[in-house]
Design a protein around this ligand. Structure first.
Ligand code: TRH
Length: 351
């Protein structure tokens, strides 16, 4: 089967990150994938080795490449990004002649219960080169009534074989057995108080600050202060970003894709949700915490970290982290009992 995935990078890394994982997941099953992306520059570090079966097409203007492109069997429009009109026209022509062809609008991830109602709904197209076709909404999600989450079939095996000390040494991180914390965030208001708390101890902690906005929020400086040691990381290939989360005892993640990867990592995590102007992200965060079954300390930590509560951050002592770990692992077990997104998407388009 031939897939075209269309991706516009709005901001940050998540648009590219999600589409790249989806493209790799489809190609790993023997399908041919073209990933049309308007800003492929981020893939230079996120996916430096590429992936057999995935062709990245710079989607700089709507016609040049698209004019020459054959129609795909499945057209995936990530996050309502309006695919190239020429590809859409060819896709529509072929659908009219030979029938078939699926057009999917891949939506953002949300734990909000409305997702279960919207997942799979058809949307007839009345205008433009795709007029007459019907696109269908595909919602990733956390429950069996949604499209599920991206998860490679060999993920548990790779995690089992992962050697944290070797990975850290390979990355030049001078780990001395301290508690390890990854930091991937926007500009959380409570970052300064987290840093101060970790400096005070009592547990020695090493924070691995990721590239981009996180290291602008916590800029490179002294690598040791009190009980806190810090490393600033270069941009990591996506596979190595996963390794980072597997290596750490606590992960701070943000957006969409890293949230899912933190769940797969099975370690305690704190999520900074992508902020929306209308504050809709607050309800979305609570929907996620409800689904997760977050204990009070984890809920409060999230509310403070996301700027929804002026309270102090709960202490990150061993008992608290142990409780969070149990919560994450129970959630992970629930998710592992459900089909992954690629399997569900393939079944969905066959309907
Ligand atoms: O970068 P993000 O904040 O992306 C966000 C969200 O997707 C949000 O929903 C969307 O609306 C907005 O972008 C436009 O966080 P996210 O989703 O976790 O994506 C980060 C990706 O970057 C993920 O695939 C992991 C990858 N990554 C690396 O591969 N290497 C790195 O070094 C880092 C820091 C990230």
């Amino acid at each position: 089967m031939r897939w075209d995935i269309f991706c516009k990078v709005i901001d940050n890394y998540g648009d590219a990150g999600v589409c790249w994982r989806l493209a790799c997941g489809l190609a790993a099953q023997g399908d041919g994938v073209r990933l049309w992306i308007d800003d492929p520059s981020v893939l230079a570090w996120m996916a430096p080795e590429g992936q057999p079966g995935v062709a990245v097409v710079p989607w700089r203007d709507d016609t040049a490449e698209a004019a020459a492109a054959s129609a795909p069997d499945v057209l995936v429009e990530a996050f309502g990004c309006d695919p190239a009109p020429d590809v859409l026209a060819r896709f529509a022509e072929r659908a009219a002649e030979a029938g078939g062809g699926a057009w999917i609008n891949l939506e953002y991830l949300s734990a909000d219960p409305h997702v279960e109602r919207l997942h799979g709904l058809p949307s007839p197209v009345f205008r433009g080169p795709g007029a007459g076709l019907v696109k269908r909404f595909f919602y990733p999600g956390f429950t069996a009534a949604t499209g599920g989450l991206l998860r490679e079939p060999d993920l548990p095996l790779r995690q089992q074989r992962f050697d944290r000390a070797a990975w850290l040494a390979g990355r030049g991180i001078g780990w001395q057995g301290e508690r390890l914390v990854s930091l991937f965030c926007y500009e959380p208001p409570a970052l300064a108080s987290l840093r101060a708390a970790l400096e005070r101890g009592p547990s020695p902690t090493r924070v691995l600050v990721t590239h981009g906005r996180s290291s602008r929020a916590l800029p490179p400086g002294a690598s040791r202060r009190g009980a806190l040691a810090l490393d600033w990381l270069p941009p990591l290939p996506q596979t190595d970003f996963d390794h980072l989360l597997w290596a750490c005892d606590l992960n701070f993640v943000r957006g969409e894709d890293s949230l899912v990867r933190a769940l797969w990592a099975g370690a305690p995590f704190v999520w900074q949700i992508y902020p929306q102007d209308d504050e809709a992200h607050r309800a979305k965060l609570d929907a996620f915490l409800d689904w997760l079954g977050a204990p009070a300390s984890l809920r409060l930590f999230h509310h403070v970290w996301n700027g929804f509560s002026p309270a102090s951050l709960p202490a990150l002592d061993d008992a608290t982290l142990g409780e969070w770990r149990a919560t994450v692992q129970a959630a992970q077990a629930r998710l592992l009992a459900q089909d992954d997104l690629v399997s569900q998407l393939r079944r969905f388009i066959a309907r």
